[in-house]
Design a protein around this ligand. Structure first.
Ligand code: SAH
Length: 456
């Protein structure tokens, strides 16, 4: 097989980047924009030693799970890798991915997994679930102002005000901003020259409260005739906060460090379950609040709290899980590496009147061993929600030494989850329950929660 060859493939699986995988001449070929079950013709565009990349030329026989994408620019945008797959098929694919990793990487027996695995929690309406969107502003070839998304892996803006994953109000906000720019000759930022004003428009919405925040990312400290823009935006129903964020760096990082309130409050509020959160422009907050509540409810159920337990929440972010647990625990101790996130966690604990929490800034792999070895602190239950690379070995080792009754592992990468569960199950724990939650409908990502119990 060589570059430019045409090959026929049946798509058998989807990679972690969302590329369809088929085999030709015994070699794996990765092809974008395909669905499991498609029979296709692809042109080889890159050939490596043990695998190749192909371009979709023709769908010879469409998969029974193929559907028409809701979004007209799904293919160019690349944000949703699975829009051409029916939602039930997406859920089955994600469940299979978690199961497959636990078997292959974790070495768990199929019979055990069959007993432990609970059905994936999907969404009734798997669109318009994101509470946050960041739209770059630019011009098209004709010089018209546009707002949308970068085409996959590039910095070309695809004009799209109505992302199928975003809140419906995004459209109205963007049109208001673009009209103001038109009427007041405000130029969009140009990455090539570093000139022009408006870089991005970030929109956040509290789905429970209906509160909306608009954060205008500006190459400068102000905008011409600011009051005209704020007057127009403030007429949008639910508008709560309008902020100007200054970013004068030549960088891909969207937000700068400096915010100035233009109108309303400095933050919006939202709830996950009964816990209230204040969200500032720079705060981290889960993007799918509906599914996040399912995820945390599952973690809480697995934690099996009766009211007296000491619980650790490692990689706690802004303390979302900690606060959820604190309502049912004796004491919750959270650890997180980002200092601003811990400030949010403490503020949100106070906002909810939760006095049984304590938060530590630092690396989980340093804070946990230190607290355990020097202060002899113990845990009845440990909850962990690490980034995609999973837990550091020191964290796993310390947890084994601390020997909590239960470990609840929340994970956004089932491959590292499987690796870490394998280690814990070789060192005194048993896998009892596991459940996937679809927080990122239309994309390849999936969250899962696992319950480990100390063996007798
Ligand atoms: N549990 C939170 C956030 C989970 S995301 C929630 O549900 O909202 C993972 C978090 O781990 C991030 O906030 C990241 O900043 C933090 N993190 C990454 N490496 C870390 C480390 N070595 N020690 C502690 N926290 C870390």
């Amino acid at each position: 097989m060589k570059k430019e060859d045409l090959v026929q493939l049946e798509i058998e699986d989807i990679s972690s980047e969302g590329l369809g995988i088929g085999h030709a001449e015994g070699m794996a070929v990765f092809v974008k924009d395909t669905v499991i079950g498609d029979v296709i013709q692809a042109k080889i565009i890159k050939r490596k030693k043990t695998y190749a990349f192909g371009r979709l030329m023709e769908i010879l026989k469409p998969s029974p799970d193929r559907v028409e994408p809701v979004c007209p620019v799904a293919r160019q945008c690349g944000g949703c890798q699975l829009q051409a797959m029916s939602y039930p098929a997406q859920l089955a694919f994600k469940e299979q991915k978690v199961l497959g990793n636990l078997q292959r990487i974790g070495g768990f027996a199929p019979e055990l997994l069959h007993q432990c695995m609970e059905p994936i929690i999907g969404m009734e309406e798997p669109f318009h679930y994101r509470n946050k969107a960041q739209f770059p502003i630019g011009r098209d070839r004709q010089g018209r102002l546009i707002a949308g998304f970068y085409a996959g892996r590039t910095h070309t803006i695809i004009d799209n005000h109505d992302c199928a994953l975003g809140a419906k109000v995004n459209c109205q906000v963007l049109e208001t901003v673009l009209q103001y720019m038109e009427e007041n000759q405000v130029d969009p930022y140009d990455e090539e020259t570093g000139k022009g004003r408006m870089r991005h428009v970030m929109i956040r919405m509290g789905f429970c409260t209906g509160e909306i925040m608009v954060c205008l990312v500006v190459n400068g400290k102000q905008l011409p005739k600011e009051e005209k823009l704020t007057a127009a935006l403030s007429r949008i129903s639910g508008m709560t906060s309008i902020v100007l964020n200054t970013n004068q760096e030549r960088t891909n990082v969207i937000l700068g460090r400096e915010n100035r309130l233009l109108w309303g409050r400095e933050y919006i509020e939202d709830f996950i379950g009964t816990v209230k959160y204040q969200i500032s422009p720079l705060s981290f907050y889960q993007v799918n609040p509906v599914q996040t509540e399912h995820l945390y409810r599952t973690a809480l159920e697995y934690a099996g709290l009766t009211g007296n337990e000491t619980v650790w929440d490692l990689y706690c972010g802004i303390g979302t899980i900690s606060l959820f647990l604190a309502k049912k625990a004796g004491k919750v101790r959270g650890v997180e590496i980002v200092p601003e996130a811990i400030e949010d966690a403490r503020r949100n604990a106070a906002l909810n009147g939760l006095t049984n929490t304590e938060f530590y800034v630092g690396k989980a792999e340093e804070v946990l061993p230190e607290k355990y070895e020097k202060e002899g602190i113990r845990a009845d239950v440990i909850v962990i929600d690490p980034p995609r690379k999973g837990c550091q070995q020191q964290v796993l080792d310390t947890m084994v030494q601390m020997a909590p009754k239960r470990i609840v592992y929340v994970s956004c990468d089932s491959a590292t989850l499987a690796r870490d569960l394998k280690y814990l199950c070789q060192n005194g724990y048993e896998l009892k329950r596991i459940r996937a939650v679809d927080n990122f409908c239309q994309s390849v990502h999936v969250e899962s929660v696992a319950l480990l119990q100390k063996s007798n």
